[in-house]
Ligand binder design. Structure first.
Ligand code: IMP
Length: 444
């Protein structure tokens, strides 16, 4: 069975990009199947930094096909910007990148709606979206009447569809206070998107057909999840979530490839917690600890540059999403960031209204009242960035990782100690299936 899947188990930004880049070596096709230009992934290789949003980082490797499926909402301007950036640095796209004709297209009205509607949650507060039109585009997809898919850009009635939607949206926007937004110009939008369509044409394909053929022929697929499972529209911290299924449950629906083709699910966590935007973060440290994590971890949004909220590792939340996503093994990223702290805390339970629980609440109001119950572990003063195998890690770092594995009930197969590809401890796939045991001698 050919498929591997990488899922973030927290609120996104778990350094999945680096992991996907490493795993790409053993795969033929990298598949991006949900989200849109709200995601950002950074890959550092041989001193070069690559920042990508929609195009899978597999594009950096020869002989790897990259597929963006129908579950993604696609902003053509952003995709072309990324393609131009890659091409200017010598990365060729021909024959390597496919974009699904089923993908829904982000239009200027989606960006306007995102800006105007965030902050209007029924209970008050703002989601703090990335402003990339993601939620409004998914809303139109589900609503159908105002949706336009990538394949529609090549149809004779494309102009009429744009006019129809713009007419509707302008009437909608005119009911907002005057001056909130200028009327949309259907002719200009059509002309712009027709130009985008021509440039994208060589890449647009029926990716379902391509992927289903590929799995039947034994190709090795790598599914790259965007955001994190706690931002899943159905199973995350609703309403402070993104608009797609960012947990493991979204792989099949987003890609069109049945889940039975995925035989290895890697859950990615960073060694602490971060969140960008609104919503509860029970272990948040709005203090010197949080500052330490933010500065050492360079915790600023890839897309929006917003400072990320930082806190201790939350094992209640990550255990929930590991189970939800069917995770086989764990990758613990950014372990080096914890260096220099005297002691570390892991949240292993919540207290909600005086009752202790290890179950992640389904209701946001309960999560907002959750008080973390912490275990304290000793820290380590050393820098970890030169460690290349688990035995080179300080004992306390190994114990910390071991505790995460125990609390989440899954082995840790990968530990990252720095942004570069090389700064990664990978245990062979055989040992990945055995419980992580930090105290084993090197030759055991
Ligand atoms: P949207 O996806 O732009 O609608 O934003 C919804 C929520 O998801 C906001 O809290 C965003 O900050 C968050 N979000 C969206 N994409 C990412 C991501 O790639 N990493 C982290 N948070 C994200």
């Amino acid at each position: 069975m050919p498929g591997t899947c990488v899922i973030g188990l927290q609120w996104g930004d778990e350094a999945k990009g680096k992991l996907v880049d490493i795993l790409t070596e053993d795969h033929d096709i990298v598949v991006r199947y949900q989200g849109g230009a709200n995601a950002g992934h950074t890959v550092v290789s041989s001193g070069q930094t690559w920042k990508l949003s929609i195009i899978p980082s597999g594009i950096l490797r020869d002989g790897v096909a990259c597929v963006v499926t129908g579950g993604v909402v696609l902003d053509p301007a952003k995709v072309l910007e990324e393609m131009d950036g890659l091409e200017s640095r010598g990365i060729r796209m021909e024959g390597k990148l496919q974009l699904s004709d089923r993908a829904h297209v982000v239009f200027p009205w989606h960006i306007v709606e995102d800006r105007l509607l965030d902050g209007s949650l029924s209970g008050g507060g703002a989601i703090g979206t990335t402003g990339r039109g993601i939620g409004p585009c998914y809303r139109d997809k589900v609503g159908r009447a105002l949706a336009i898919r990538l394949g529609d850009l090549y149809r004779d009635d494309f102009r009429a569809r744009v006019e129809h939607v713009v007419d509707f949206k302008n009437r909608l926007f005119s009911s907002w206070p005057s001056g909130t937004t200028a009327p949309l110009d259907a002719a200009a939008i059509h002309a712009q998107y027709a130009t985008y369509a021509e440039r994208l044409r060589p890449h647009v394909a029926d990716t379902n057909a391509f992927l289903l053929d590929a799995v039947e022929q034994g190709s090795r697929l790598l599914f790259e999840g965007a955001q994190g499972a706690l931002l899943d529209i159905d199973h995350g911290t609703f309403p402070f979530v993104t608009s797609s299924n960012s947990s493991g449950v979204g792989v099949a629906s987003g890609s069109g490839v049945p889940g039975r083709w995925v035989n290895r699910v890697i859950g990615v966590v960073k060694a602490y917690s971060t969140r960008v935007g609104g919503g509860p973060l029970p272990t948040e440290q709005d203090n010197a600890i949080g500052m330490h994590l933010r500065e050492r971890g360079r915790e600023y949004g890839t897309v929006t540059k917003r400072p990320r909220r930082c806190g201790w590792f939350d094992a209640v939340a990550a255990r929930y999403t590991a189970r939800l996503s069917g995770v086989d093994e764990l990758a613990v990223m950014l372990l080096d960031v914890l260096g220099g702290l005297d002691e570390l805390k892991i949240c292993s339970a919540y207290e909600i209204d005086g009752r202790r629980t290890t179950q992640f609440p389904s209701q946001i109001a309960d999560l907002e009242r959750a008080v973390p119950v912490y275990e304290t572990l000793p820290g380590w003063p050393d820098e970890l960035d030169t460690a290349r195998d688990e035995h080179a890690l300080p004992l306390h770092a190994r114990r910390y990782v071991d505790r995460i594995a125990q609390l989440l009930g899954r082995p840790v197969s990968i530990v990252s100690v720095g942004p570069d590809r090389d700064q990664t401890i990978i245990r062979d796939s055989g040992s990945a299936r055995r419980p992580w045991h930090p105290l084993q001698p090197a030759n055991a």
